[in-house]
Design a protein around this ligand. Structure first.
Ligand code: FAD
Length: 265
């Protein structure tokens, strides 16, 4: 680990282990609470898989799996899909690829100081921040997916996913409220990156000091001054963000070149 001058632990990199664990957890645990996917749920799941398959910034077996899943989902005319079918495909592809996906989830940047803290929700935030940055870096990646018509396709997919599948229903409702009140103001790919950053900070502020706050990783406005000094400014004694600097920082932090394949910090 790395301890900054303020005593807070702040990860400098983003770890593929967290992203892969997020996808494993999502496919094997979160979806498993639904026996069937049909109608709107099936569409939401398909769109999620498409966005990840198209925008995930690095290769690797989990992405290959998402691409296969995406092709398969768009080739079947089913209106109703049993979760077992999804699981069979995941298991088969994994076996063919020589991957054995045990119960093991490996959190690195998202490792909590004890069980039940951080982990999956942390990795899901991380994944979506990356997808917003990647959509800006590869503006045509969602062409011909049916999603490129939307002003903020990554946010819309996240919104629908959170509302429909995310294990913490209250979190999904909060996110839906926030989306309903301001997501329509997002006009371009830069706004999309900044909207998610701003929304995440609102959640951080709301959760600071509550039970879901890991004492080793206290919730705070992010990025703190040690990660990005130029992001912070002061006007008449009041803290303000330099949003241009924040955007530069987010593009770097969540950019493909800052992704680390390491399994420890
Ligand atoms: P997280 O908040 O999960 O952040 C993960 C990492 O992202 C941080 O370690 C940091 O490196 C980076 N980061 C932090 N802030 C930002 C930012 N502003 N922009 C970009 N990157 C940032 N829990 C509840 O109890 N109530 C809720 O209503 C709730 N709503 C949620 C909504 C969503 C969409 C998600 C994904 C999760 C929600 N959660 C909620 C869970 C909660 O937000 C945290 O994910 C969880 O408490 C774990 O916190 P963490 O310390 O690992 O950091």
């Amino acid at each position: 680990g790395r301890t900054s001058a303020t005593g807070l632990l702040e990860a400098l990199s983003v770890y593929t282990a967290d992203l892969e664990s997020a996808l494993h957890y999502l496919l094997r645990v979160e979806l498993a609470t639904h026996d069937y996917l049909e109608g709107e749920e099936l569409n939401i799941f398909k769109d999620f898989v498409t966005v990840v398959a198209k925008l995930y910034p690095v290769g690797g077996s989990v992405v290959k799996l998402m691409k296969t899943l995406s092709n398969w989902l768009s080739s079947i005319p089913l209106q109703r899909l049993s979760y077992q079918k999804v699981l069979d495909l995941v298991d088969n592809k994994m076996r063919i690829a020589g991957m054995f996906l045990g119960a093991e989830l490996r959190w690195v940047g998202c490792q909590g100081s004890r069980a039940g803290l951080r982990g999956y929700p942390c990795s899901l935030w991380t994944l979506f921040h990356i997808l917003t940055v990647q959509h800006d870096a590869m503006p045509t990646a969602l062409e011909n997916t049916g999603l490129e018509e939307e002003a903020a396709p990554v946010l819309q997919v996240m919104r629908r996913y959170m509302r429909t599948f995310f294990g913490c229903g209250e979190c999904g409702r909060h996110f839906e409220q926030a989306a309903a009140s301001s997501m329509d103001q997002v006009e371009n790919k830069e706004d999309q990156i900044l909207w998610l950053w701003d929304q995440h900070n609102r959640v951080n502020a709301r959760l600071a000091g509550t039970l879901s706050d890991d004492p080793q990783f206290p919730k705070a406005l992010w990025p703190g001054p040690t990660l990005c000094a130029s992001c912070h400014e002061e006007k008449n004694g009041v803290h303000i963000w330099n949003r241009n600097k924040v955007l530069v920082f987010l593009r770097q932090h969540y950019g493909a070149s800052n992704l680390s394949p390491k399994y420890s910090i």
